[in-house]
Design a protein. Sequence first.
Length: 286
Amino acid sequence: MLKGVFTAIITPFNKDGSIDKISYRELLENQVKNGIHGLVPVGTTGESPTLSKNEKEFLIETAVDVASGRVPVIAGTGSNSTQAAIDATKTAKELGADYTLQVAPYYNKPSEDGLYRHFSEIADKAGLPVILYNVPGRSGINLPVSLILKLAENSMIVAVKEASGNMGQILELLIKRKDGFSVLSGDDALTLPLMAAGGDGVISVASNAFPKEMVQLVEYMINENLSEAQKIHNIYINFFSNLFIAPNPVPIKTYLSKKGIIEEVFRLPLCGMQESQKEILFSSFN
């Protein structure tokens, strides 16, 4: 099973908009050194919609190289075209990725049968274990518990990143899931309650800035030390919430820039935060 903290890694850019390859490697190495359980390049947090095919492949290949087998690499290769997702996943496998993160098809909003066939085709043909990604706020479509359970019968579909924000739905899934199927939070703020209910960890945005602390929180929960986990949760809860006062990954990249780790550069249509929003973000720990 997948358990722990898996960082949805940001993509740093130079001032000219190109990928900052040096900072990217440093970010990845820092994650591994601080005990993170896996790396997730080319997700939405990595600004995947604005990356070229070659850039995506570079980011995955570099993550694999830096990880060097120390932690798994979960490549974001989802698409609202089933064939495109299969092709991208096959390439990620060739580059050395260990898993694929597959978002629910956005914009075309298929039927439940279409969703089932989409994920099943990827699982059956692309060659990597699949982590489903349920994020209706972005994709415009929810993966119901009944569908996730049906998909989980496929041995190549091994986990779900749950970012629906619907705790009732998540609790139902945790009760009904089969043994060995991982349920990971897609929202840092819900990591503690999801794991308290039996979940397995988080695909985290906050761990870009605080890998050690997120690992501590999750490992306390794995070891059933709720009181210590709650202390960490309480310190960072405002930060978790403030990561979404502007579209992700703008706040986390802004915070990392403030700390001198990366340049504060985004690709349109994403752009910088308002000064009032920055004040809120930077006061998260006061």
